[in-house]
Design a protein around this ligand. Structure first.
Ligand code: ZN
Ligand code: ZN
Length: 237
């Protein structure tokens, strides 16, 4: 496996993932399809353009769930435009946004959206804050969230803090895709990626010294190789 050019696509048994892009500090955007159901993961900047080109308006309107790994802008930058587009296009069916508990970015975007458009939102938005590693099911998809280790700097540039951050395993009809989100090397990801049909693993660290924000290429590869197939993403460009 080598680092590939975006978009990255993988399909097995009517279950597919398309990674439009995954570039640290710029944007992520991922579409998951299980048979005829569409789900969005980490809608960064540009997601609306990519979804429109890939599946068009009607299928965008059919999206039931968005999964957020954490609140950094390269993973949530497209949420506002997606919510607004669904309103403008008169979506009628509910939308759930799943995110790690404490992710203030998602709650702030949602609150601002409701305040700005309070009288003209055509669909129900359900915020689903995830607090535990419990499986849940949406349509034909089984979702297993798990905590990962991902930090950010305070403004002094010296101290760091852990941000609420999740990875997800998505299973459809026995086929499993593991997406770790942004994470340093951690046991939870090691456990959840092992044996998956596809693991999508970040290698966002730009040198060979391990830290607690992103993984080095070697760390990411070692986890990817425990799955049946893998992509390395979020590699600095
Ligand atoms: Zn990122
Ligand atoms: Zn991040």
């Amino acid at each position: 496996m080598t680092i590939q050019k975006y978009p990255l696509t993988w399909t097995k048994n009517n279950f597919s993932i398309k990674i439009f892009c995954s570039i640290p500090n710029i944007a992520t955007g991922i579409l998951l399809r299980a048979e005829n159901s569409y789900f969005v993961i980490d809608p960064g900047d540009g997601i609306l353009r990519d979804l429109n080109k890939e599946i068009g308006t009607q299928k965008i309107l059919s999206i039931t769930d968005i999964f957020i790994t954490h609140g950094h802008h390269d993973h949530v930058g497209g949420v506002w435009s997606l919510l607004t587009y669904l309103r403008v296009m008169n979506k009628k069916t509910p939308l759930s946004i799943h995110y790690p508990k404490g992710c203030v970015e998602i709650e702030s975007i949602f609150n601002a959206f409701e305040r700005v458009y309070s009288k003209s939102i055509s669909y129900k938005i359900e915020l689903k804050s995830i607090t535990e590693k419990k499986n849940f099911k949406k349509k034909n998809l089984i979702i297993k969230p798990f905590p990962v280790i991902h930090k950010e700097y305070y403004s002094d540039g010296a101290k760091t803090r852990q941000v609420p951050a999740l990875g997800y395993n998505f299973t459809f009809d026995g086929t499993k895709i593991c997406y770790g989100g942004d994470t340093s090397y951690c046991k939870e990801l090691v456990v959840h990626a092992k044996g998956a049909d596809l693991a999508v693993i970040e290698a966002g660290h730009d040198d060979d010294t391990p830290d607690d924000m992103h993984m080095t290429l070697n760390e990411a590869r070692s986890i990817g190789e425990s799955a049946k197939d893998y992509f390395l993403v979020h590699v600095p460009e």
